[in-house]
Design a protein around this ligand. Structure first.
Ligand SMILES: [Zn+2]
Ligand SMILES: [Zn+2]
Length: 124
């Protein structure tokens, strides 16, 4: 099954035929700033992910870089410098992801304007 996604303006497209892993919702301050809220993603091996378009990469820390569209601003990708996987935004997927969130991460940094009301495991 192929998963396909794109940014808001359509300049950037991505697709993978692999089974994504680690579907999560990130509440960290960097994702909050970049996405405007919680960032939901899953990851695949770099070799299983095809990206087309002019992704703008921003290294927000020494650990990872974040890929977005320079035209419309969609925050699409997260990639650790020392790992050969890339996370993609579940919200950018067109159609069904057939995935379920498996964890909330960085919940200690979450905004104070919502509660996490599901039973999915939480990690600080
Ligand atoms: Zn765009
Ligand atoms: Zn985050």
């Amino acid at each position: 099954m192929m998963i396909k996604g794109s940014c808001l303006c359509g300049d950037i497209h991505f697709e993978t035929g692999a089974e994504p892993k680690g579907a999560s919702m990130c509440h960290c301050s960097q994702c909050r700033k970049q996405s405007g809220g919680i960032w939901s993603s899953a990851y695949v091996a770099d070799s299983d992910l095809t990206i087309t378009g002019p992704v703008s990469w921003y290294a927000a820390s020494d650990l990872a870089k974040r890929g977005s569209c320079p035209r419309c601003g969609s925050y699409l990708f997260w990639k650790a410098h020392d790992e050969d996987t890339t996370s993609f935004a579940l919200g950018a997927v067109d159609g069904s992801t057939r995935l379920k969130i498996t964890k909330h991460i960085f919940v200690a940094s979450k905004g104070d304007y919502y509660d996490i009301a599901d039973t999915v495991p939480q990690q600080d």
